[in-house]
Write a protein that binds this ligand. Structure first.
Ligand code: FDA
Length: 569
């Protein structure tokens, strides 16, 4: 028979895609299909287990994308994890729920009117079902301002009943006060700096992970106008042959259990395949840099050299100590110091040294992209980032405390690295892996930050009362990096032990087209009539929060923008 047709096709049933699918299908006479490469993970214990972070890694629900050899880190590849499941990466992630610093979202306003903290804040709340902590949970450190939270949204946010020992947070708090960093009762109102006990995406009563599918899809599965097509890969967008000044998508080509087929869209195709897939689908569909597309005989539908550029991720390392107590349950304590707090007296020297390097960084990014991006545009964005770090004093790093059994570990990442990479196809065959290059540590400054934060963590753990709660440092340990270790030794340790922080953004940025944008403020792909990208690809810059809370909010707001376009709503 003829190919199936829906009003809206959503490519990728992940964190963002399921929000959009839910909201667009609220109206009964609008048909929505979600095409997802993975399957249901509703009963997968590697997903549901609250203390099971990491269990899903390397299993068949982890894309485990491989990067190119990382030139600035001894040439080794990295694995970038991402969920392949109904629910996407929200089914395998660390469940931390932290938003962004208000001024970072305000900086998005340069992409066009409407994207600022004030407008996004109601959408964070719209998506949220905050589970108010019990008195016992408050005693163990859960804290909040109710005005920052939504109580009636789909996504369950809160603390699991199994929280860590009550003794830990007061010790961390007292230690950080010694170092001049105050406690932040609730980091989800736009001011993130300080020590905080952040909530998670967790269903407290069921004691299982909360993810995009449990929140936005499974309870709505029976809507007759909402269809999920799982175990099916989207290969490319199909275009109308008519000559339009802007390309008109008519559907997608998919490969699934029945082989390769066409599915038609009467209104829009929405890419929500994640920041390491949506730009690849654009290129396979002829939207991108002609130099790259021509290499693989892909006809150019929209010439935009920014597609796949501006890839930004963070790097993650950890330091570990022996614990002097036995620690139970889950700790969700994180510390987000500003540059002033972290660097102290040295901050103005560091700030001016970075400032004087920004033009060189921008040149290097242009060169790496073979001219696909312009140094002036990169410099503009780097300058905004510098202002956020050193003028606005947004958090400089996140340090997560991990008291587990007889150990007291940390993981940390500098929040706003300056390195920029890219992702591009290496074949016209959609089953072939693309070239993913985050360019970790492209600039010396990104090493320096990673070293500075590691040294700061040592300082924290040698400050009382925290120093009384821990024994010896087990990793890296004083044998490997003694008190007088040089910055070069530290740098080598960072380089040999780091991993991806799994927060890739920016590969189809929301920016003015002439500034390196791929989508406009309605998240519509420039040069097309009816293709949008709604996922982490569109964040033009990295955020200080973990990504999902903002992705849910962006997808909620984008859904309203779409609804406003069609009279059916
Ligand atoms: P997402 O990856 O969710 O969805 C994309 C979907 O598209 C997937 O389901 C995929 O299978 C599908 N797809 C891809 N290609 C396709 C194709 N060709 N055809 C059909 N379907 C296709 N964030 C946070 O807030 N707190 C945290 O603690 C953590 N921790 C964390 C740990 C780990 C290990 C990872 C990997 C990530 C995190 N993150 C996180 C980050 C966060 O989870 C992540 O940024 C978002 O879930 C990404 O949401 P998206 O909607 O962009 O893509």
């Amino acid at each position: 028979g003829p190919p199936p047709q829906y009003d809206f096709l959503i490519v990728g049933g992940g964190t963002s895609g399921l929000v959009v699918a839910n909201r667009l299908s609220e109206k009964k006479d609008v048909t929505v299909a979600v095409i997802e490469a993975g399957d249901s993970v509703l009963h997968n214990v590697n997903v549901t287990t609250v203390l099971g972070y990491g269990l899903a890694f390397g299993t068949d629900i982890d894309w485990a994308y491989q990067t190119e050899d990382q030139t600035y880190a001894d040439g080794k590849k990295q694995t970038m994890r991402a969920g392949k499941a109904i629910g996407g990466t929200s089914t395998i992630n660390g469940m931390s729920y932290t938003r962004a610093q208000d001024v970072q979202i305000d900086a998005w306003e340069l992409a066009g009117k409407g994207w600022n903290w004030k407008n996004l804040f109601p959408y964070y709340k719209k998506s949220e079902h905050f589970q108010i902590p019990t008195p016992e949970q408050v005693a163990a450190g859960a804290d909040y301002y109710i005005a920052y939270h939504g109580l009636t949204g789909p996504l369950k946010v809160g603390w699991p009943y199994e929280m860590t020992n009550d003794s830990v947070l007061p010790v961390l708090d007292e230690t950080m006060r010694q170092l001049g960093v105050p406690f932040n009762r609730d980091a989800n109102g736009g001011e993130m700096v300080g020590l905080t006990s952040h909530p998670n995406t967790v269903d407290r009563e069921k004691d299982i992970r909360e993810d995009a599918a449990r929140a936005y899809f499974w309870p709505f599965e029976s809507r007759p106008n909402l269809k999920i097509i799982s175990n099916t890969n989207v290969n490319k967008i199909l275009w109308s042959n008519d000559s339009h000044s802007e390309a008109l998508a008519v559907g997608v080509e998919v490969t699934g259990p029945n082989g390769t087929e066409t599915i038609l869209a009467s209104k829009e195709v929405i890419l929500s395949a994640g920041s390491l897939k949506s730009p690849v689908i654009l290129e396979l569909s002829g939207v991108g840099n002609p130099d790259i597309l021509k290499k693989y005989d892909i006809p150019v539908k929209v010439n935009n050299t920014a597609v796949g550029e501006n890839l930004q991720d963070q790097t993650n390392n950890g330091l570990h100590w022996e614990g002097r107590e036995f620690f139970l349950g889950e700790a969700t304590f994180s510390l987000m110091p500003s540059a002033n707090q972290l660097y102290g007296d040295k901050v103005s020297d560091i700030a001016s040294s970075i400032n004087s390097s920004l033009a060189d960084y921008a040149e290097a990014v242009e060169k790496f992209s073979n001219g696909a991006v312009q140094a002036a545009n990169v410099l503009y964005m780097l300058q905004i980032q510098w202002d956020l770090i050193f003028k606005s004093q947004v958090p400089f790093a996140e340090i997560v405390f991990l008291p587990i059994a007889r150990t007291f570990g940390t993981e940390y990442w500098p929040l706003l690295p300056f390195s920029r990479g890219s992702i591009h196809i290496k074949s016209s065959d959609p089953t072939k892996t693309p070239s993913i290059n985050p360019n970790y540590f492209m600039f010396e400054q990104d090493f320096d930050s990673a070293v500075a934060v590691a040294q700061y963590i040592r300082k924290i753990f040698s400050t009382r009362p925290l120093s009384d709660l821990v024994g010896d440092e087990t990793s890296p340990g004083l044998d490997l990096l003694p008190e007088n270790a040089s910055d070069t030794d530290w740098k080598n340790w960072v380089k040999s032990t780091y991993r991806s922080n799994y927060h890739p953004v920016g590969t189809a940025s929301m920016l003015p087209r002439e500034k390196g944008g791929v989508v406009n403020p309605e998240l519509k792909v420039y040069g097309t009539q009816n293709v949008r990208v709604i996922d982490a690809s569109v964040f033009p810059s990295q955020l200080c929060g973990h990504l999902t809370s903002t992705l849910y909010a962006v997808a909620e707001r984008a859904s309203d923008l779409i609804k406003n376009k069609y009279t059916a709503y």
